[in-house]
Ligand binder design. Structure first.
Ligand code: GLN
Length: 566
């Protein structure tokens, strides 16, 4: 029998529901169960592809080409498995499916109604995403009491009715604020969240109490009384230094055992947290520190800096830091205001993914500076395209070189649409025109990229993954790795020979089934570390299995740091 763990949020958003879900999933996996997690997003967007990162955080890309909510990223980083796009369910998908079906006449003349048709479609999707798993976590986005949540909670109650209460566990995540003028932790918002959940017919089995400090006995007792929940099921979840501490903290309260008991299943194996604990320890007691400059665009909203827009990059750096006992400090620098000399004070530069003209020239100057001054550089997608434009301008002397995303009339379109992308864009408008998801990159032995992937074991791992033909491309008789993509433009095949002659080594390539060569990785052999990729390796970096590209970058940044300070 499948078991479901339903996670709902009370009080407010942004309290770490995604990370809590990921942590619980990891715990259950440690007890020997096949575990996955589903994210429900009650918004009407079909997926997160068209959402502005400043509004909603990063767009996460799944291996099968989904553009979805960043919480799926947490699930993968904690679980260490690939989670497909069907694990993100939005209201937009539900309504669109139901309405399309109605248009096709598949309801055979019935009146199509909110109940039963909407919850039925929700249940169908939950079941589809659950196939092959024993314990499935369902994180319901938003906060209890939101109108938008109702159909999902209703559908989940339906599942409970069908399979029995012992197979569905509800966890409420609340927040207990400590208002500064009172200096005391308040339970009232939590009491209200419990009440609202009860109005939906749901009594939480477990309450996770987020807050700036641990829950004390007085508060625990209060929640016990008001929610009528035994105190051992009221779990304290205070703020932590690193997210990866959270499953360890939960286990200190024996959360895993409590969940298994409630679901009436026994541990299949004893959890082994040794390696995990060791890595968390490295993060808490690093031996060195490095400072990385990230030059991006989605930087500030109002007076707040939005770190979530690049969350996977931050996490990938943290993973590499954990494995090398280094604290990685990141400064977000605004491309438009950057004085490139400042980069001298950093141990490395990252140019992350991006779109459009704003900030382009500033980023390009930053890349020129680190190339000329031997500062470690990592270019991700847009970062690689900018690196190629910079090289064409300043090494090949093609002053006008550009990406056609920035200048459509340039004489040297070194970055351009690949032909079938142009057709797609014409046909489909803006949504759904990108090259999305996992593609193979065939690596050239003897290059830096090859050695980084080889050393990590990723080549052997990735070559065993089942990959559809169009994602594999033409077999090039070389070892390959699989990384995720989200872009419309490519390094223009017309100029590859010139760029190579001028010194760029394209260390990884993909050839489409119709024979177009796509440059996936580049490096400059005369530079301490100048690596860029058309892919987003940050989407395949896990706590226990850091991205080889980031590992190499952090290692070189650390070398520079030690050199700089010695
Ligand atoms: N704007 C570039 C493209 O569409 C890069 C995209 C990205 O960095 N994700 O190809």
């Amino acid at each position: 029998m499948r078991k479901y763990i339903v996670i709902v949020g009370g009080v407010m958003s942004g309290v770490g529901k995604g990370v809590a879900t990921a942590s619980i999933a990891r715990i259950i996996q440690e007890y020997g169960y096949k575990t996955t997690a589903i994210k429900i997003d009650p918004y009407l967007n079909y997926d997160a592809g068209t959402l502005r990162p400043t509004e909603h955080g990063e767009v996460w890309v799944t291996f099968d080409g989904g553009e979805i909510d960043q919480d799926l990223g947490h699930y993968e980083r904690f679980l260490g498995t690939n989670i497909p796009k069907r694990n993100n369910i939005t209201s937009g998908q539900i309504y669109k499916t139901v309405i399309d079906r109605e248009r096709r006449g598949e309801y055979l003349g019935q009146t199509v109604q909110f109940i039963p048709h909407i919850p039925e479609e929700i249940k169908r999707r939950i079941e589809e995403a659950s196939e092959g798993y024993e314990v499935i976590l369902i994180e319901v986005g938003g906060t209890v009491g939101d109108y938008e949540n109702i159909p999902f909670l209703f559908a989940i109650k339906g599942i409970e009715r069908e399979i029995g209460k012992e197979n569905v566990l509800y966890i409420l995540i609340t927040y207990l604020p400590v208002p500064r003028h009172i200096g005391e932790m308040k339970t009232k918002p939590t009491q209200q969240a419990i009440k609202m959940l009860q109005e939906m017919g749901i009594i939480p089995d477990i309450i996770l109490c987020r807050g700036p400090t641990p829950l004390d006995d007085v508060r625990r007792h209060k929640i016990e009384l008001y929610a009528n929940i035994k105190r051992e099921y009221v779990i304290s979840a205070p703020d932590v230094d690193t997210l990866y501490e959270i499953p360890l903290n939960f286990e200190r309260e024996q959360l895993g055992r409590k969940i298994l008991d409630k679901l009436q299943i026994a541990p299949r194996k004893l959890p082994d947290w040794n390696e995990w604990e060791h890595l968390v320890n490295n993060l808490k007691h690093p031996e060195a520190e490095i400072h990385i400059a990230m030059v991006g665009k989605y930087i500030e909203i109002g007076t707040f800096k939005l770190k979530d827009a690049y969350i996977s990059i931050n996490e990938a750096l943290e993973h590499s830091g954990a494995h090398q006992k280094v604290k990685v400090n990141i400064d977000w620098l605004d491309a438009d205001k950057l004085n490139v000399e400042e980069l001298q004070n950093y141990d490395g530069l990252i140019i992350p993914g991006g779109f459009g003209i704003r900030g382009f020239e500033g980023k390009l100057r930053a890349v020129q500076y680190v190339r000329e001054h031997g500062i470690p550089f990592l270019g991700l997608c847009w970062g690689m395209q900018i690196a190629v434009v910079e090289y064409a301008r300043h090494v090949l002397g093609w002053q006008e070189a550009n990406s056609t995303e920035v200048d459509q009339t340039t004489r040297y379109p070194v970055v351009d649409f690949i032909p079938n992308q142009r057709e797609l864009l014409h046909e489909k408008g803006y949504g759904g025109t990108m090259r999305l998801g996992a593609y193979a990159a065939y690596l050239k032995p003897g290059t830096l990229i090859y050695s980084l992937y080889k050393e990590s074991g990723r080549i052997d791992h990735d070559m065993r993954l089942p990959l559809p033909m169009e994602r594999l491309g033409k077999p090039l008789n070389l070892p390959y790795v699989v990384e995720r993509h989200r872009h419309r433009y490519e390094i223009n095949p017309t100029f590859i020979k010139d760029l190579e002659r001028a010194g760029i080594v394209f260390s990884g390539v993909h050839e489409t089934l119709d024979g177009i060569p796509l440059m996936e990785f580049m490096e400059l052999p005369d530079h301490p570390f100048f690596v860029a990729t058309q892919a987003h390796p940050e989407f395949h970096s896990r706590f226990m299995e850091p991205s080889p590209v980031f590992m190499g970058f952090v290692r070189k940044a650390l070398e520079r740091r030690l050199h700089r300070t010695s």
